[in-house]
Design a protein around this ligand. Structure first.
Ligand SMILES: Cc1cc2nc3c(=O)[nH]c(=O)nc-3n(C[C@H](O)[C@H](O)[C@H](O)COP(=O)(O)OP(=O)(O)OC[C@H]3O[C@@H](n4cnc5c(N)ncnc54)[C@H](O)[C@@H]3O)c2cc1C
Length: 425
């Protein structure tokens, strides 16, 4: 057990790899504790696949060590540059949420450093209210120092993938819900530059961990670990490069290019799960002003209508999104602030254009609330406290637990203050 010291005074927030898009892991009025050096693997049981690691260990480190032994994280987000602590605090989901749920449901035990400096273990069976408040609790219940979680066995490190163009939004929904079509990992990239008869057209991308007998004879190493990124965007692109015209061209080209890959094909896991990791500083493509990620979940039975209305509103606003990803979510878990709910999730990358895009997001928030949905806190930068309350019905339950474990509100971030997450008292 390593020493982790909570400062005697002032507020504190823990930071993992800083991959949350908004202000969850920063604090302009307090201290930020970096967790990178808390990165040892402590135990691995190969009869259950349960790995115990310090919370600063990254997915990249786990992949590098465990893929060659035939194990893979049960749930992975779209980047391997996240810490386990950060991924649990956001209760991240992956392309397999409709089958596997969030990372949190594969966590068997956590060790937390509480505000008073005591270490406390919690799990779905022990101190369960603290456990479910910590999954998705954005670092505000305490510092996760260690976690035990399940890895899944794989026969190879490759992915058997397939891309299919869907002509409009209805076809996209149909495929994402078709259990015969579905695979272990399924997601749709939406061309949100197209309106009218192509409205909501997409490339539906699916895949599974390839079996040995699916690998081509010339595939050299079945447990090949792709090297980490070597290319980098060296400078901020000028802002004028990203405009409605270039976004429409990008979307058209991407749709044609990805749709051309007919039939199934074998690819390495990094190309399938982590396309953005291949390019360090990819955010510089958005120029100095950057961009906003906006991810929402809309529950069944309103999900189709809600997603349709959100996309229509986006297209009518004439502010294109560079990337839009649609995915079916399975059931919610017991995490009080966990984001996924059974239905659909839509993630958008929107160039930062100041008031224009902020107004748009406010209008989208209203639609999300109307359809009973919520915004993902790990990606949020703009939500208001009122909208948060309308979106997360178990917020008050979470606040009561926060009050018990951190009565002086030692754990605070810019996100928690902006959203008055711990309440106004
Ligand atoms: C390219 C890209 C793709 C992504 N794809 C997905 C996706 O598919 N699905 C998804 O769910 N998310 C996705 N994300 C979001 C990302 O997975 C989450 O934001 C995750 O929390 C980032 O982990 P981190 O270690 O960088 O945490 P940070 O950003 O550093 O922190 C995130 C939160 O976790 C808290 N935290 C960090 N470490 C600890 C700790 N040890 N104890 C307690 N709290 C802690 C912080 O206080 C903060 O509130 C993506 C992000 C990027 C950049």
């Amino acid at each position: 057990m390593r020493d982790v010291n909570i400062p005697k005074q002032g507020s504190l927030i823990c930071r993992g790899q800083g991959r949350s898009y908004g202000d969850a892991a920063i604090s302009s009025q307090g201290q930020v504790m970096l967790s990178e050096r808390l990165n040892r693997f402590l135990a691995f049981d190969d009869s259950t696949g349960i790995l115990t690691a310090e919370a600063g260990a990254t997915l990249a480190e786990i992949l590098e060590t465990f893929v060659p032994r035939g194990w893979f994280p049960a749930v992975t987000p779209g980047t391997q540059y996240v810490s386990i602590g950060g991924a649990i605090a956001a209760d991240v989901h992956g392309k397999n949420h409709h089958h596997a749920g969030t990372l949190g449901v594969h966590v068997t035990e956590l060790e937390l450093m509480l505000a008073d400096g005591h270490r406390q273990r919690c799990s779905p069976e022990k101190n369960e209210s603290l456990f479910w408040a910590t999954l998705g609790g954005m670092g505000l219940t305490g510092i996760i120092t260690e976690a035990s979680f399940r890895l899944i066995p794989i026969e190879t490190a490759a992915i058997m993938a397939e891309h299919n163009p869907a002509s409009d939004l209805e076809v996209t929904f149909k495929w994402l819900e078709d259990t015969d079509y579905d695979d272990q990992y399924t997601v749709a990239w939406i061309d949100c530059a197209s309106a009218r008869r192509h409205f909501g057209r997409s490339i539906v991308m699916k895949g599974h961990h390839a079996r040995r007998d699916e690998l081509p004879d010339d595939w050299k190493d079945p447990f090949f670990v792709p090297p980490l990124c070597s290319k980098s965007i060296p400078f901020n692109f000028p802002s004028f490069v990203l405009n409605r015209f270039t976004m429409a061209v990008f979307n058209e080209r991407y749709y044609r290019h990805q749709g051309r890959k007919k039939g199934s094909f074998i690819t390495d896991y990094a190309s399938f799960f982590y396309p953005l990791d291949a390019l360090a500083h990819w955010n510089r493509l958005y120029g100095r002003r950057g961009f906003l990620q906006y991810q929402v979940a809309i529950p069944d039975p309103y999900a189709h209508e809600g997603i349709r209305r959100l996309l229509e509103h986006l297209i009518n606003s004439r502010q294109g999104a560079f990337l839009a990803v649609l995915k079916r979510f399975g059931s919610a878990n017991a995490g009080l602030l966990s984001f996924p709910v059974a239905g659909y999730t839509l993630a958008l990358d929107l160039p930062m254009t100041g008031k224009k895009v902020l107004n748009l997001l406010q209008q989208l928030d209203e639609l999300v609330i109307k359809y009973g949905g919520r915004v993902y806190l790990a990606k949020d930068a703009c939500l208001s406290p009122e909208s948060l309350r309308a979106m997360y019905p178990r917020l008050e339950e979470w606040q009561r637990i926060k009050q018990v474990v951190d009565p002086e509100r030692r754990f605070q971030s810019d996100l928690s203050r902006r959203l008055q997450l711990a309440g106004t008292l």
